[in-house]
Write a protein that binds this ligand. Structure first.
Ligand code: FAD
Length: 544
Protein backbone atom coordinates (compact mmCIF):
# COMPACT_ATOMS: atom_id res chain seq x y z
CA UNK A 1 0.00 0.00 0.00
CA UNK A 2 1.30 3.44 -0.92
CA UNK A 3 0.06 6.29 1.23
CA UNK A 4 0.65 9.91 0.33
CA UNK A 5 0.17 12.43 3.09
CA UNK A 6 -0.24 16.06 2.05
CA UNK A 7 1.04 18.34 4.81
CA UNK A 8 3.82 17.33 7.17
CA UNK A 9 3.32 19.29 10.36
CA UNK A 10 0.95 18.54 13.25
CA UNK A 11 -1.49 16.12 11.64
CA UNK A 12 0.52 14.82 8.71
CA UNK A 13 3.63 13.93 10.70
CA UNK A 14 1.62 12.19 13.42
CA UNK A 15 -0.25 10.15 10.84
CA UNK A 16 2.94 9.04 9.12
CA UNK A 17 4.74 7.98 12.31
CA UNK A 18 1.73 6.09 13.68
CA UNK A 19 1.14 4.33 10.37
CA UNK A 20 4.72 3.16 10.30
CA UNK A 21 4.37 1.75 13.81
CA UNK A 22 1.34 -0.22 12.61
CA UNK A 23 2.55 -1.21 9.15
CA UNK A 24 6.22 -1.78 8.45
CA UNK A 25 5.54 -2.58 4.76
CA UNK A 26 3.54 0.50 3.71
CA UNK A 27 5.21 3.00 1.42
CA UNK A 28 4.67 6.35 3.13
CA UNK A 29 5.37 9.67 1.46
CA UNK A 30 4.87 13.06 3.12
CA UNK A 31 4.60 15.97 0.71
CA UNK A 32 5.11 19.33 2.41
CA UNK A 33 5.30 22.64 0.62
CA UNK A 34 7.19 24.35 3.41
CA UNK A 35 10.86 24.14 4.37
CA UNK A 36 10.29 22.07 7.52
CA UNK A 37 8.48 18.95 8.56
CA UNK A 38 6.96 18.39 12.00
CA UNK A 39 7.79 21.69 13.67
CA UNK A 40 6.20 23.02 16.83
CA UNK A 41 4.02 25.80 15.48
CA UNK A 42 2.43 26.25 18.91
CA UNK A 43 5.85 27.15 20.30
CA UNK A 44 6.61 29.91 17.80
CA UNK A 45 5.19 32.85 19.78
CA UNK A 46 7.47 31.89 22.68
CA UNK A 47 10.55 31.96 20.49
CA UNK A 48 9.49 35.43 19.32
CA UNK A 49 9.47 36.43 23.00
CA UNK A 50 12.80 34.76 23.74
CA UNK A 51 11.28 32.31 26.21
CA UNK A 52 12.14 29.36 23.98
CA UNK A 53 15.66 30.52 23.31
CA UNK A 54 16.88 27.94 20.81
CA UNK A 55 15.05 27.97 17.47
CA UNK A 56 16.10 24.36 16.87
CA UNK A 57 13.97 23.28 19.83
CA UNK A 58 10.97 23.96 17.61
CA UNK A 59 12.10 21.34 15.11
CA UNK A 60 10.47 18.20 16.44
CA UNK A 61 11.65 15.97 13.62
CA UNK A 62 13.67 16.41 10.45
CA UNK A 63 13.41 14.96 6.96
CA UNK A 64 16.49 12.87 7.63
CA UNK A 65 15.17 11.77 11.01
CA UNK A 66 11.92 10.59 9.44
CA UNK A 67 13.88 8.53 6.93
CA UNK A 68 16.24 7.08 9.49
CA UNK A 69 13.80 6.21 12.22
CA UNK A 70 10.57 5.59 10.33
CA UNK A 71 11.61 4.88 6.76
CA UNK A 72 9.30 7.66 5.64
CA UNK A 73 10.00 9.65 2.51
CA UNK A 74 9.55 13.36 3.29
CA UNK A 75 9.56 15.75 0.34
CA UNK A 76 9.99 19.33 1.48
CA UNK A 77 9.38 22.31 -0.80
CA UNK A 78 6.98 20.18 -2.83
CA UNK A 79 3.41 21.38 -3.33
CA UNK A 80 0.56 19.14 -4.41
CA UNK A 81 -1.33 21.18 -6.98
CA UNK A 82 -3.97 18.69 -8.12
CA UNK A 83 -5.57 15.36 -7.29
CA UNK A 84 -6.87 13.01 -9.98
CA UNK A 85 -9.22 10.82 -7.99
CA UNK A 86 -10.08 8.52 -10.90
CA UNK A 87 -6.43 7.79 -11.68
CA UNK A 88 -5.45 7.97 -7.98
CA UNK A 89 -2.59 10.33 -8.67
CA UNK A 90 -1.44 13.69 -7.41
CA UNK A 91 0.41 16.37 -9.32
CA UNK A 92 3.43 17.57 -7.37
CA UNK A 93 5.16 20.85 -8.12
CA UNK A 94 8.72 21.17 -6.83
CA UNK A 95 9.96 24.57 -5.81
CA UNK A 96 12.43 24.51 -8.69
CA UNK A 97 9.37 24.65 -10.96
CA UNK A 98 9.39 21.05 -12.18
CA UNK A 99 6.30 18.89 -11.83
CA UNK A 100 5.72 15.18 -11.43
CA UNK A 101 2.81 12.80 -11.07
CA UNK A 102 2.72 10.46 -8.11
CA UNK A 103 0.31 7.58 -7.63
CA UNK A 104 -1.33 6.58 -4.36
CA UNK A 105 -3.49 3.83 -2.95
CA UNK A 106 -4.64 6.03 -0.09
CA UNK A 107 -4.31 9.77 0.27
CA UNK A 108 -4.35 11.76 3.51
CA UNK A 109 -5.10 15.48 3.43
CA UNK A 110 -3.56 17.34 6.36
CA UNK A 111 -3.00 20.71 4.69
CA UNK A 112 -3.99 22.82 7.69
CA UNK A 113 -5.33 26.34 7.37
CA UNK A 114 -4.22 29.67 6.01
CA UNK A 115 -4.17 32.83 8.09
CA UNK A 116 -7.07 35.06 7.10
CA UNK A 117 -5.66 37.84 4.93
CA UNK A 118 -6.01 41.48 5.90
CA UNK A 119 -5.95 44.37 3.49
CA UNK A 120 -5.23 47.77 4.95
CA UNK A 121 -4.91 50.63 2.47
CA UNK A 122 -1.43 52.12 2.65
CA UNK A 123 0.16 49.29 4.65
CA UNK A 124 3.37 48.16 2.88
CA UNK A 125 3.59 44.41 2.28
CA UNK A 126 6.98 44.16 4.00
CA UNK A 127 5.44 45.55 7.19
CA UNK A 128 2.46 43.19 7.14
CA UNK A 129 3.45 40.10 9.05
CA UNK A 130 1.71 36.88 10.07
CA UNK A 131 2.61 33.79 12.07
CA UNK A 132 2.00 30.38 10.56
CA UNK A 133 5.41 29.05 9.56
CA UNK A 134 8.93 29.24 10.90
CA UNK A 135 9.76 31.66 8.10
CA UNK A 136 6.91 33.90 9.28
CA UNK A 137 8.36 33.71 12.77
CA UNK A 138 11.83 34.62 11.54
CA UNK A 139 10.37 37.63 9.73
CA UNK A 140 8.64 38.86 12.90
CA UNK A 141 11.84 38.48 14.91
CA UNK A 142 13.89 40.26 12.24
CA UNK A 143 11.43 43.17 12.20
CA UNK A 144 11.21 43.25 16.00
CA UNK A 145 14.98 43.60 16.30
CA UNK A 146 14.88 47.13 14.90
CA UNK A 147 11.32 48.12 15.77
CA UNK A 148 10.21 50.38 18.59
CA UNK A 149 6.68 49.08 18.47
CA UNK A 150 4.45 46.61 16.68
CA UNK A 151 0.70 46.32 16.30
CA UNK A 152 -1.14 43.03 16.50
CA UNK A 153 -4.47 42.71 14.72
CA UNK A 154 -6.73 40.16 16.34
CA UNK A 155 -6.99 39.33 20.04
CA UNK A 156 -7.60 35.62 19.65
CA UNK A 157 -5.25 33.02 21.08
CA UNK A 158 -2.44 33.57 18.57
CA UNK A 159 -2.80 37.37 18.59
CA UNK A 160 -2.64 37.56 22.38
CA UNK A 161 0.37 35.22 22.48
CA UNK A 162 2.18 37.30 19.89
CA UNK A 163 1.33 40.56 21.67
CA UNK A 164 2.59 39.22 24.99
CA UNK A 165 5.82 37.94 23.47
CA UNK A 166 6.54 41.16 21.58
CA UNK A 167 6.09 42.93 24.90
CA UNK A 168 8.58 40.50 26.46
CA UNK A 169 11.05 41.75 23.90
CA UNK A 170 10.48 45.26 25.20
CA UNK A 171 8.43 46.60 22.29
CA UNK A 172 5.50 48.99 22.52
CA UNK A 173 2.57 46.80 21.57
CA UNK A 174 -0.91 47.71 20.45
CA UNK A 175 -3.58 45.03 20.22
CA UNK A 176 -6.53 45.80 18.00
CA UNK A 177 -9.63 43.63 17.91
CA UNK A 178 -12.76 44.11 15.85
CA UNK A 179 -14.95 42.32 18.43
CA UNK A 180 -15.77 44.17 21.64
CA UNK A 181 -13.60 41.76 23.67
CA UNK A 182 -10.45 39.63 23.59
CA UNK A 183 -10.35 35.81 23.34
CA UNK A 184 -13.67 34.92 21.70
CA UNK A 185 -14.05 31.49 23.37
CA UNK A 186 -14.61 33.38 26.64
CA UNK A 187 -17.76 35.24 27.57
CA UNK A 188 -17.31 38.97 27.96
CA UNK A 189 -17.06 39.08 31.76
CA UNK A 190 -14.36 36.40 31.80
CA UNK A 191 -12.56 38.11 28.92
CA UNK A 192 -12.59 41.30 30.99
CA UNK A 193 -10.18 39.64 33.45
CA UNK A 194 -7.84 38.92 30.55
CA UNK A 195 -8.14 42.43 29.15
CA UNK A 196 -7.15 43.87 32.52
CA UNK A 197 -4.08 41.63 32.58
CA UNK A 198 -3.10 42.78 29.09
CA UNK A 199 -3.47 46.44 30.02
CA UNK A 200 -1.66 45.97 33.34
CA UNK A 201 1.27 44.58 31.38
CA UNK A 202 1.50 47.54 29.08
CA UNK A 203 -0.42 46.34 26.03
CA UNK A 204 -2.37 49.19 24.48
CA UNK A 205 -5.72 47.49 23.76
CA UNK A 206 -8.36 48.73 21.32
CA UNK A 207 -11.56 46.66 21.14
CA UNK A 208 -14.52 47.06 18.83
CA UNK A 209 -12.47 48.70 16.12
CA UNK A 210 -10.04 47.98 13.32
CA UNK A 211 -7.33 49.64 11.28
CA UNK A 212 -8.73 51.55 8.34
CA UNK A 213 -5.68 53.24 6.91
CA UNK A 214 -1.91 53.21 7.16
CA UNK A 215 0.44 55.95 6.02
CA UNK A 216 4.16 56.65 6.38
CA UNK A 217 5.21 58.78 9.36
CA UNK A 218 8.95 59.23 8.92
CA UNK A 219 10.48 55.80 9.33
CA UNK A 220 7.36 54.65 11.15
CA UNK A 221 3.73 54.04 10.24
CA UNK A 222 0.70 55.98 11.30
CA UNK A 223 -2.42 53.82 11.64
CA UNK A 224 -5.89 55.32 11.64
CA UNK A 225 -8.51 53.22 13.38
CA UNK A 226 -12.20 52.97 12.52
CA UNK A 227 -13.03 54.84 15.73
CA UNK A 228 -10.98 57.80 14.49
CA UNK A 229 -8.03 57.34 16.84
CA UNK A 230 -4.49 57.16 15.49
CA UNK A 231 -1.38 55.38 16.63
CA UNK A 232 2.20 54.92 15.55
CA UNK A 233 3.92 51.62 14.92
CA UNK A 234 6.66 49.95 12.91
CA UNK A 235 4.81 46.90 11.60
CA UNK A 236 1.54 45.03 11.83
CA UNK A 237 1.15 41.34 12.71
CA UNK A 238 -2.18 40.04 11.45
CA UNK A 239 -3.67 37.27 13.58
CA UNK A 240 -7.31 37.48 12.63
CA UNK A 241 -8.07 33.79 12.40
CA UNK A 242 -7.57 31.06 9.85
CA UNK A 243 -9.48 29.61 6.93
CA UNK A 244 -9.29 25.89 6.17
CA UNK A 245 -6.93 25.03 3.31
CA UNK A 246 -9.36 23.42 0.90
CA UNK A 247 -7.95 24.26 -2.53
CA UNK A 248 -7.16 20.62 -3.36
CA UNK A 249 -10.46 19.37 -1.96
CA UNK A 250 -12.33 21.87 -4.12
CA UNK A 251 -10.26 21.12 -7.22
CA UNK A 252 -10.89 17.40 -6.87
CA UNK A 253 -14.58 17.75 -6.09
CA UNK A 254 -14.57 16.52 -2.50
CA UNK A 255 -17.54 17.61 -0.38
CA UNK A 256 -17.14 20.75 1.72
CA UNK A 257 -19.42 21.55 4.64
CA UNK A 258 -21.35 24.67 5.64
CA UNK A 259 -18.43 26.09 7.62
CA UNK A 260 -16.12 25.64 4.64
CA UNK A 261 -14.11 22.66 5.90
CA UNK A 262 -13.68 19.29 4.21
CA UNK A 263 -16.50 16.91 5.14
CA UNK A 264 -15.35 13.66 6.75
CA UNK A 265 -17.17 10.69 8.25
CA UNK A 266 -16.43 9.15 11.66
CA UNK A 267 -13.56 7.16 10.16
CA UNK A 268 -12.25 10.48 8.81
CA UNK A 269 -12.79 9.56 5.19
CA UNK A 270 -13.79 12.33 2.83
CA UNK A 271 -16.55 11.87 0.25
CA UNK A 272 -13.97 9.75 -1.59
CA UNK A 273 -13.29 6.67 0.59
CA UNK A 274 -9.68 6.46 -0.63
CA UNK A 275 -8.99 9.95 0.68
CA UNK A 276 -8.85 10.76 4.38
CA UNK A 277 -8.59 14.24 5.87
CA UNK A 278 -7.88 15.77 9.26
CA UNK A 279 -6.81 18.83 11.20
CA UNK A 280 -7.54 22.48 10.56
CA UNK A 281 -8.83 21.70 7.07
CA UNK A 282 -11.78 19.53 8.13
CA UNK A 283 -15.19 20.16 9.51
CA UNK A 284 -16.00 17.85 12.41
CA UNK A 285 -18.87 17.46 14.83
CA UNK A 286 -18.82 19.86 17.76
CA UNK A 287 -19.78 17.34 20.39
CA UNK A 288 -21.74 19.68 22.65
CA UNK A 289 -23.90 21.28 19.97
CA UNK A 290 -23.83 18.25 17.68
CA UNK A 291 -23.26 20.62 14.75
CA UNK A 292 -20.46 20.69 12.21
CA UNK A 293 -17.64 23.04 13.14
CA UNK A 294 -14.05 23.94 12.41
CA UNK A 295 -11.72 23.23 15.33
CA UNK A 296 -8.28 24.57 14.42
CA UNK A 297 -6.39 23.15 17.38
CA UNK A 298 -3.36 20.89 17.63
CA UNK A 299 -4.95 18.30 19.94
CA UNK A 300 -7.80 17.37 17.61
CA UNK A 301 -5.44 17.37 14.59
CA UNK A 302 -3.11 14.89 16.29
CA UNK A 303 -5.91 12.64 17.52
CA UNK A 304 -7.64 12.61 14.15
CA UNK A 305 -4.55 11.61 12.21
CA UNK A 306 -3.76 8.87 14.71
CA UNK A 307 -7.21 7.47 13.94
CA UNK A 308 -6.58 7.77 10.21
CA UNK A 309 -3.37 5.77 10.60
CA UNK A 310 -5.29 3.06 12.46
CA UNK A 311 -7.83 2.88 9.66
CA UNK A 312 -5.18 2.85 6.96
CA UNK A 313 -3.63 -0.11 8.73
CA UNK A 314 -6.88 -2.04 8.56
CA UNK A 315 -8.44 -0.92 11.84
CA UNK A 316 -11.82 0.62 12.46
CA UNK A 317 -11.18 3.62 14.69
CA UNK A 318 -13.71 6.39 14.88
CA UNK A 319 -13.54 10.06 15.79
CA UNK A 320 -16.52 11.28 17.75
CA UNK A 321 -15.86 14.99 17.35
CA UNK A 322 -14.26 17.70 19.45
CA UNK A 323 -15.52 19.79 22.33
CA UNK A 324 -12.95 22.51 21.62
CA UNK A 325 -10.69 22.87 24.67
CA UNK A 326 -8.15 25.66 24.48
CA UNK A 327 -5.78 27.29 26.92
CA UNK A 328 -3.64 30.39 26.84
CA UNK A 329 -1.00 32.06 28.96
CA UNK A 330 -1.59 35.80 29.28
CA UNK A 331 1.35 37.17 31.27
CA UNK A 332 0.61 35.96 34.81
CA UNK A 333 -2.78 34.48 34.00
CA UNK A 334 -3.87 31.10 32.74
CA UNK A 335 -6.97 31.42 30.61
CA UNK A 336 -8.99 28.62 29.09
CA UNK A 337 -12.30 27.53 27.70
CA UNK A 338 -13.90 24.22 26.84
CA UNK A 339 -17.20 23.36 25.17
CA UNK A 340 -19.60 26.19 24.39
CA UNK A 341 -19.76 29.59 26.03
CA UNK A 342 -23.03 31.36 26.82
CA UNK A 343 -22.76 33.62 23.77
CA UNK A 344 -22.36 30.63 21.44
CA UNK A 345 -25.32 28.90 23.10
CA UNK A 346 -27.48 31.96 22.48
CA UNK A 347 -26.35 32.08 18.84
CA UNK A 348 -27.20 28.39 18.44
CA UNK A 349 -30.52 28.77 20.31
CA UNK A 350 -29.40 26.33 22.99
CA UNK A 351 -31.12 26.94 26.36
CA UNK A 352 -28.49 27.63 28.98
CA UNK A 353 -27.87 29.03 32.41
CA UNK A 354 -24.54 30.01 33.84
CA UNK A 355 -22.73 30.63 37.11
CA UNK A 356 -19.42 32.23 37.93
CA UNK A 357 -17.48 31.50 41.09
CA UNK A 358 -14.24 32.98 42.35
CA UNK A 359 -12.39 30.64 44.67
CA UNK A 360 -8.89 29.95 45.94
CA UNK A 361 -6.51 27.65 44.10
CA UNK A 362 -5.98 25.80 47.38
CA UNK A 363 -6.93 26.06 51.05
CA UNK A 364 -6.83 29.71 52.10
CA UNK A 365 -4.94 28.95 55.30
CA UNK A 366 -2.03 27.40 53.41
CA UNK A 367 0.33 30.09 52.03
CA UNK A 368 0.18 31.11 48.41
CA UNK A 369 -3.43 30.44 47.45
CA UNK A 370 -4.33 32.34 44.27
CA UNK A 371 -7.74 33.33 42.95
CA UNK A 372 -9.28 31.19 40.27
CA UNK A 373 -12.49 32.16 38.46
CA UNK A 374 -14.69 29.47 36.96
CA UNK A 375 -17.70 29.98 34.73
CA UNK A 376 -20.01 27.08 34.00
CA UNK A 377 -22.56 27.01 31.22
CA UNK A 378 -25.20 24.32 31.58
CA UNK A 379 -28.52 23.18 30.15
CA UNK A 380 -31.78 23.29 32.14
CA UNK A 381 -31.48 19.52 32.67
CA UNK A 382 -28.04 20.01 34.24
CA UNK A 383 -25.93 18.82 31.32
CA UNK A 384 -22.67 20.71 31.22
CA UNK A 385 -22.28 22.66 27.99
CA UNK A 386 -19.09 24.57 28.64
CA UNK A 387 -16.59 25.91 31.11
CA UNK A 388 -14.21 28.84 31.31
CA UNK A 389 -11.37 29.30 33.77
CA UNK A 390 -9.18 32.32 34.48
CA UNK A 391 -6.58 32.13 37.21
CA UNK A 392 -2.99 31.32 37.94
CA UNK A 393 -1.89 28.28 39.92
CA UNK A 394 -4.00 25.25 39.15
CA UNK A 395 -6.29 26.98 36.66
CA UNK A 396 -5.22 24.53 33.97
CA UNK A 397 -6.17 21.48 35.98
CA UNK A 398 -9.62 22.91 36.70
CA UNK A 399 -10.11 23.47 32.99
CA UNK A 400 -9.06 19.92 32.21
CA UNK A 401 -11.48 18.55 34.80
CA UNK A 402 -14.30 20.48 33.16
CA UNK A 403 -13.15 19.29 29.73
CA UNK A 404 -13.11 15.67 30.90
CA UNK A 405 -16.59 15.87 32.40
CA UNK A 406 -18.04 17.70 29.39
CA UNK A 407 -16.32 15.22 27.06
CA UNK A 408 -18.02 12.37 28.86
CA UNK A 409 -21.41 14.07 28.54
CA UNK A 410 -21.45 14.85 32.27
CA UNK A 411 -23.73 17.02 34.35
CA UNK A 412 -23.64 19.46 37.21
CA UNK A 413 -24.20 16.48 39.52
CA UNK A 414 -20.99 14.91 38.20
CA UNK A 415 -19.15 18.12 38.99
CA UNK A 416 -20.57 18.22 42.53
CA UNK A 417 -19.53 14.60 43.01
CA UNK A 418 -16.10 15.02 41.42
CA UNK A 419 -13.60 13.71 43.92
CA UNK A 420 -10.38 15.64 43.63
CA UNK A 421 -7.09 14.76 45.24
CA UNK A 422 -6.92 17.10 48.21
CA UNK A 423 -4.26 18.30 50.58
CA UNK A 424 -4.02 22.00 51.61
CA UNK A 425 -1.16 22.93 49.24
CA UNK A 426 -3.09 21.67 46.21
CA UNK A 427 -6.80 22.14 46.63
CA UNK A 428 -9.58 22.50 49.17
CA UNK A 429 -11.95 19.94 50.56
CA UNK A 430 -14.39 21.64 48.19
CA UNK A 431 -12.41 22.28 45.02
CA UNK A 432 -13.29 25.28 42.82
CA UNK A 433 -14.90 22.88 40.31
CA UNK A 434 -17.04 21.42 43.12
CA UNK A 435 -18.00 24.95 44.20
CA UNK A 436 -18.97 25.84 40.64
CA UNK A 437 -21.07 22.67 40.54
CA UNK A 438 -22.72 23.52 43.87
CA UNK A 439 -23.53 27.05 42.67
CA UNK A 440 -25.04 25.65 39.48
CA UNK A 441 -27.00 23.06 41.42
CA UNK A 442 -28.43 25.76 43.72
CA UNK A 443 -29.55 27.68 40.66
CA UNK A 444 -30.98 24.61 39.00
CA UNK A 445 -32.91 23.58 42.12
CA UNK A 446 -34.34 27.07 42.50
CA UNK A 447 -32.60 27.69 45.83
CA UNK A 448 -31.41 30.94 44.31
CA UNK A 449 -32.00 32.84 41.09
CA UNK A 450 -29.24 34.53 39.17
CA UNK A 451 -28.71 37.74 37.29
CA UNK A 452 -25.80 38.56 35.00
CA UNK A 453 -23.67 41.69 35.37
CA UNK A 454 -24.91 43.10 32.06
CA UNK A 455 -28.57 43.12 33.16
CA UNK A 456 -27.97 45.24 36.27
CA UNK A 457 -28.42 48.70 34.66
CA UNK A 458 -31.57 47.70 32.83
CA UNK A 459 -33.07 46.07 35.91
CA UNK A 460 -32.24 49.15 37.98
CA UNK A 461 -33.97 51.36 35.41
CA UNK A 462 -36.99 49.09 35.76
CA UNK A 463 -36.96 49.62 39.52
CA UNK A 464 -34.75 46.85 40.92
CA UNK A 465 -32.90 47.54 44.18
CA UNK A 466 -29.25 46.50 44.40
CA UNK A 467 -28.33 45.14 47.83
CA UNK A 468 -24.61 44.97 48.64
CA UNK A 469 -24.01 42.63 51.59
CA UNK A 470 -20.28 43.26 51.91
CA UNK A 471 -18.71 45.15 54.79
CA UNK A 472 -18.85 48.97 54.87
CA UNK A 473 -15.11 49.02 54.15
CA UNK A 474 -15.54 46.95 50.99
CA UNK A 475 -18.50 49.10 49.99
CA UNK A 476 -16.46 52.28 50.44
CA UNK A 477 -13.74 50.97 48.12
CA UNK A 478 -16.21 50.70 45.25
CA UNK A 479 -19.82 49.76 44.70
CA UNK A 480 -22.60 49.61 42.15
CA UNK A 481 -24.28 53.03 41.85
CA UNK A 482 -27.64 53.04 43.61
CA UNK A 483 -26.80 50.04 45.83
CA UNK A 484 -27.66 49.99 49.50
CA UNK A 485 -25.14 48.42 51.85
CA UNK A 486 -26.43 46.02 54.51
CA UNK A 487 -23.63 43.71 55.63
CA UNK A 488 -24.68 40.09 55.68
CA UNK A 489 -24.45 39.77 59.45
CA UNK A 490 -26.85 42.74 59.90
CA UNK A 491 -29.36 41.60 57.32
CA UNK A 492 -31.85 39.78 59.56
CA UNK A 493 -32.24 42.96 61.68
CA UNK A 494 -32.71 45.26 58.70
CA UNK A 495 -35.22 43.47 56.53
CA UNK A 496 -37.58 46.43 56.92
CA UNK A 497 -35.13 48.55 54.87
CA UNK A 498 -35.81 46.44 51.80
CA UNK A 499 -38.73 46.68 49.35
CA UNK A 500 -41.11 43.72 48.92
CA UNK A 501 -42.56 45.02 45.66
CA UNK A 502 -39.32 45.32 43.66
CA UNK A 503 -36.68 42.97 42.41
CA UNK A 504 -33.68 42.79 44.72
CA UNK A 505 -30.26 42.15 43.14
CA UNK A 506 -28.05 40.82 45.93
CA UNK A 507 -24.30 40.78 45.65
CA UNK A 508 -21.13 40.48 47.67
CA UNK A 509 -17.55 40.30 46.41
CA UNK A 510 -17.58 36.86 44.80
CA UNK A 511 -21.04 35.39 45.33
CA UNK A 512 -20.92 33.35 48.53
CA UNK A 513 -22.21 35.87 51.10
CA UNK A 514 -24.84 37.01 48.63
CA UNK A 515 -26.02 33.42 48.28
CA UNK A 516 -26.46 33.25 52.06
CA UNK A 517 -28.25 36.62 51.97
CA UNK A 518 -30.51 35.43 49.16
CA UNK A 519 -31.49 32.39 51.20
CA UNK A 520 -32.35 34.60 54.20
CA UNK A 521 -34.46 36.94 52.07
CA UNK A 522 -36.28 34.17 50.24
CA UNK A 523 -37.17 32.48 53.53
CA UNK A 524 -38.34 35.79 55.00
CA UNK A 525 -41.02 36.45 52.41
CA UNK A 526 -39.07 38.26 49.69
CA UNK A 527 -39.85 36.61 46.39
CA UNK A 528 -37.97 38.59 43.75
CA UNK A 529 -34.41 37.98 44.90
CA UNK A 530 -31.56 37.55 42.41
CA UNK A 531 -27.93 36.74 43.14
CA UNK A 532 -25.45 38.67 40.97
CA UNK A 533 -23.38 36.01 39.19
CA UNK A 534 -19.70 36.32 40.08
CA UNK A 535 -20.40 39.16 42.52
CA UNK A 536 -18.79 42.57 42.51
CA UNK A 537 -15.50 41.13 41.26
CA UNK A 538 -17.08 40.08 37.97
CA UNK A 539 -19.20 43.26 37.72
CA UNK A 540 -16.21 45.52 38.32
CA UNK A 541 -13.95 43.65 35.88
CA UNK A 542 -16.58 43.53 33.17
CA UNK A 543 -17.48 47.19 33.54
CA UNK A 544 -13.86 48.24 33.43
P1 FAD B 1 -0.56 22.26 10.01
O1 FAD B 1 0.12 21.84 11.23
O2 FAD B 1 -0.65 23.72 9.75
O3 FAD B 1 0.15 21.57 8.78
C1 FAD B 1 -0.33 21.75 7.47
C2 FAD B 1 0.84 21.71 6.52
O4 FAD B 1 0.35 21.39 5.24
C3 FAD B 1 1.55 23.04 6.36
O5 FAD B 1 2.89 22.95 6.76
C4 FAD B 1 1.41 23.39 4.88
O6 FAD B 1 2.57 23.96 4.37
C5 FAD B 1 1.15 22.04 4.27
N1 FAD B 1 0.40 22.11 3.01
C6 FAD B 1 -0.77 22.73 2.78
N2 FAD B 1 -1.17 22.57 1.51
C7 FAD B 1 -0.21 21.83 0.91
C8 FAD B 1 -0.06 21.33 -0.41
N3 FAD B 1 -0.96 21.56 -1.35
N4 FAD B 1 1.03 20.62 -0.68
C9 FAD B 1 1.96 20.36 0.28
N5 FAD B 1 1.87 20.81 1.54
C10 FAD B 1 0.79 21.52 1.85
N6 FAD B 1 -3.18 24.81 18.73
C11 FAD B 1 -3.35 24.39 20.00
O7 FAD B 1 -4.13 23.47 20.24
N7 FAD B 1 -2.64 24.97 21.03
C12 FAD B 1 -1.77 25.98 20.82
O8 FAD B 1 -1.13 26.47 21.77
C13 FAD B 1 -1.61 26.46 19.51
N8 FAD B 1 -0.76 27.48 19.26
C14 FAD B 1 -0.59 27.89 17.97
C15 FAD B 1 0.28 28.94 17.72
C16 FAD B 1 0.49 29.38 16.42
C17 FAD B 1 1.40 30.52 16.17
C18 FAD B 1 -0.18 28.74 15.34
C19 FAD B 1 0.04 29.20 13.95
C20 FAD B 1 -1.06 27.70 15.58
C21 FAD B 1 -1.28 27.27 16.91
N9 FAD B 1 -2.16 26.24 17.19
C22 FAD B 1 -2.34 25.82 18.47
C23 FAD B 1 -2.94 25.59 16.12
C24 FAD B 1 -2.27 24.31 15.65
O9 FAD B 1 -0.93 24.59 15.34
C25 FAD B 1 -3.01 23.77 14.47
O10 FAD B 1 -4.33 23.50 14.85
C26 FAD B 1 -2.38 22.50 13.93
O11 FAD B 1 -1.06 22.74 13.53
C27 FAD B 1 -3.18 21.95 12.76
O12 FAD B 1 -2.55 20.83 12.24
P2 FAD B 1 -2.71 20.47 10.70
O13 FAD B 1 -1.91 19.25 10.48
O14 FAD B 1 -4.13 20.47 10.32
O15 FAD B 1 -2.06 21.70 9.94
Amino acid sequence: MKVIIIGGVAGGATCAARLRRLDEQAEIVIIERGDYVSFANCGMPYHVGGIITDRDDLLVQTREGFKRRFNIDVRLQHTVTAIDRAAKTVTVCRHDGSTATESYDRLVLAPGAEPRAVTIPGLPADRTLRLRTLNDMDAIIARAETARGMTVLGAGFVGVEVAENLRHRGLEVQLIEFAPQAVAPLDAEMAALVQRELKDNGIDCHFGTTVEQAEPAGARLKLTLADGSTLFTDAVVAAVGVVPETALAKQSGLDLGPSGGIVVNERLQTSDPAIYAAGDAVEIRQRVSGRPALTPLAGPANKQTRIIADNLAGGNSVYHGAIGSAILKVFGLTVGATGLNARQCRQLHIDQQSVIIHAGSHAGYYPGAQPVSVKLVFAPDGKLLGGQVVGTTGADKRLDVLAAIIGLGGTIADLCAFEQAYAPPYSSAKDPVNLAGFAAENLQRGLVRGVEYDAVDRWQEEGAQVLDVRTPGEFARGHIPGAINIPLDDLRGRLADLPHDRKIIVHCQVGLRSYLASRILLQCGFTEVYNLSGGYRTYEAARG
